[in-house]
Each structure stands twice: as C-alpha cells, then as structure tokens.
Design a protein around this ligand. Structure first.
Ligand code: F6P
Length: 357
C-alpha cells in the first residue's frame, strides 16, 4: 500500500491535470494498492491540512482539461520560514500533515518557487517527487516544462491575429508576452508568428536599434511592424541599474508595463501610430495542446514509476529527448534563461529578426 499526497502550486498552466492523471493511471495499473490525498490550493492545503481523498476515477476525463482540479496558490519560498498570521510554523505544519496521514511521498507539480519549497521538504526528510510545470519554461534541469508549448500556441495565435490588423492599418503593433524573467515564450511565439522585432530580458535592447528596424522596414515598403515584447524585457540603460534602482524606476513609471514604455518611445521618435496588446493570463488558460498532453502524461507516468520503485528526491525532467530524473537539489533556486549566443537566436537574426541589440 502506498499513500500519496499530491498538490499543484504556483501559477497554473495547461496540462497540470494531464500530468496528475499520468501519475495516477500508472499507479492504478500496477499491482500496488494506492491511497491518494489531494491537497487543495497548493502548499496551503499541506500547511492547513486541507485535502480530499481521491480515487483513480477522479482523474478520468481530465486529460484535456485546463487548470488544475486541485486548485493552486502562491506560497512564496522567501517567507516559508516565517510564521503565518497566527504564529504557525508553516514548514513544521507541512511535516505534521505528512506524518499524520502517514504518507509515503508527496507528488508536487510546480515551477521555480515551488521547487525551492519541494527541495526544502526533501531536506526536512520528506519523500518528494516533482513535475516541471510552467508556461515560462525557465526551470533548470529540463529542456522543456509542460504548459510551455500550449502557451506558445496561444501567444502565436494572438500575434497572428494582430498581424492582419497591423497590415491593414500600417501600424506598429506590440504584443506583450508572459514569461516572467525569461524570454523563452516570446522568442518561440515571436519566431512562430513572424515578428519583426523580439525583445527578451536576456538581450537588453537599445530603443534606437528598434527604431532603426522600423524605419528600415518603412523604407523597404513594409507598412507595418510587429514587435513581440517579453514582459521582463529591459533596455540597455535599465540593465545597468542596480536591482533596487530598477525596482524603484518601475514603481515610479507612468507605464503599466515595459511594452507601453517601448510604444511611447517609438511614437515619440517616429511619429508612428503604435498599439499595444497584452494577451496576459489567456496564455495560461484553456485546454493543453496535443504536445503538452503527451509530454505531461509521459512525465506523470515516470513519476508513477518512481513512486513504485521508491525513488524520491527527484524532479522528472526532459533532456536531449529523454525523460530523466534530476536531483531536486540541482533544480532548486536555478533559472534556465535563453543564452543570447544560442543557435536559435543566431538563426532568428539570420532571418532578419531584430533583438534591439
Ligand atoms: O509563471 C507563470 C506566469 O504566468 C508568468 O509568466 C507571469 O509573470 C506570472 O506567472 C503572473 O503571475 P500571476 O498569475 O500571479 O499574476
């Protein structure tokens, strides 16, 4: 008999349900008897012992369903050691829930912050297996996270739609793409949709270079320009600021996000009409794409296998087209960013895409 606790933490994304279904189906198809405790709303469920008992039938019919059947929330790692408003020690509370329910392991689905806490629980002696979710694709130790491809599809569709209206009106259009501090989503959606300019955090931009590209397109007879801007994009000047000064600058900025600042600067320098579109949380929503359904199912299945083998302390990842087990201590606290010298960036530049550098 295995007693498994399962939770989804952090921002949701597509294929969370598909991944959990993969774990549970693998366990259900084994000879092992299994009890599943689904913790509600992420680590909060584990801290405050809010859970429901689930059977394999609860995981039927959810392969294509977006969101997470367990609910999720953000429980920041940086305050995990601080007592809650009632003085409760959150880490001790999670351990108590685990031991009280006599769990054999926790299956934790999450991104960067989630992995830091998962690793902490491992260090505290709990058995943990994790699965890499996030539309940002910024988790260390895996070439791909589930949710990413679905979000690329949505962001691409958004830019595709903008393309036709930009062409009709002869405007400069900016589409702001999610991705937190990294540019994977913007780079891929930008390339997939034929964006002319792609601005990502890893390659700080010079606004003059952006303007040059727009003017070059004008001269060549292109009536419009499409710019894919990562929400974390940063100018060369701002990249020189200390973290503190940059934070202050953003707080004092009249613009709701970097895209509006880029738009205002282009408008001022070129006199062109510029429009900004922000697809926002749409990028995390809806049904997972077929790639993510298969990918998350494979990762989930490997997690199920690990539980059956009693192998804990790993994230199930994907490296060089293979499903792999990555030690949690190697994953926690590290960000996977786009290498500005990566071949994909060089290829994009050969295609004529401007990165503003
Ligand atoms: O990590 C996923 C993500 O969608 C990021 O791309 C984005 O910066 C952030 O979450 C938004 O967070 P929230 O849903 O808390 O607004």
């Amino acid at each position: 008999m295995k007693r498994i606790g399962m939770l989804t933490s952090g921002g949701d994304c597509q294929a969370l349900n598909a991944a959990m279904r993969g774990v549970v189906k693998t366990l259900a198809n084994s000879d092992e008897k299994v009890e599943i405790y689904g913790f509600l709303d992420g680590y909060k469920g584990l801290i405050y012992s809010k859970f429901c008992m689930l059977t394999s039938s609860d995981f039927s019919g959810i392969l294509t369903k977006g969101g997470t059947i367990l609910g999720t929330s953000r429980t920041p790692f940086k305050t995990i050691r601080e007592p809650d408003e009632n003085g409760l020690d959150k880490v001790e509370a999670m351990k108590q829930t685990y031991y009280k329910l006599q769990l054999d392991c926790l299956v934790i689905l999450g991104g960067n912050g989630t992995h830091k806490t998962a690793n902490l629980l491992r260090q505290e002696g709990l058995n943990v297996v994790t699965l890499p979710k996030t539309i940002d694709n910024d988790l260390w130790g895996t070439d791909m996270t589930f949710g990413f491809q679905s979000a690329v599809n949505i962001a691409t569709d958004a830019i595709d739609c903008i393309h036709t209206t930009a062409a009709s009106h002869g405007r400069v259009f900016i589409v702001e793409v999610m991705g937190h501090k990294v540019g994977w989503l913007t780079l891929n959606a930008g390339m997939a949709s034929g964006a002319d300019i792609i601005l990502i955090p890893e390659i700080p931009y010079d606004i003059e270079k952006v303007v040059d590209k727009i003017e070059e397109r004008d001269k060549n007879g292109s009536r419009f320009t499409i710019i894919a801007v990562a929400e974390g994009a940063i100018s060369k000047q701002d990249a020189k600021l200390s973290k503190k000064d940059y934070k202050k600058k953003k707080e004092d900025s009249p613009y709701p996000s970097v895209s509006y600042e880029v738009a205002a600067e282009i408008q001022e320098r070129t006199g062109r009409e510029v429009r900004v579109t922000v697809p926002g949380h749409m990028q995390r929503g809806g049904s997972p794409c077929p790639y993510d359904r298969v990918f998350a199912s494979r990762l989930g299945s490997e997690a199920g296998k690990m539980i059956l083998d009693g192998k804990y302390g790993f994230m199930v990842g994907y490296k060089n087209r293979e499903i792999v087990r990555v030690p949690l201590e190697d994953v926690a606290g590290k960000l996977k960013t786009v290498d500005p010298d990566a071949t994909i960036v060089k290829e994009a530049k050969l295609l004529g895409i401007c990165f503003g550098d």
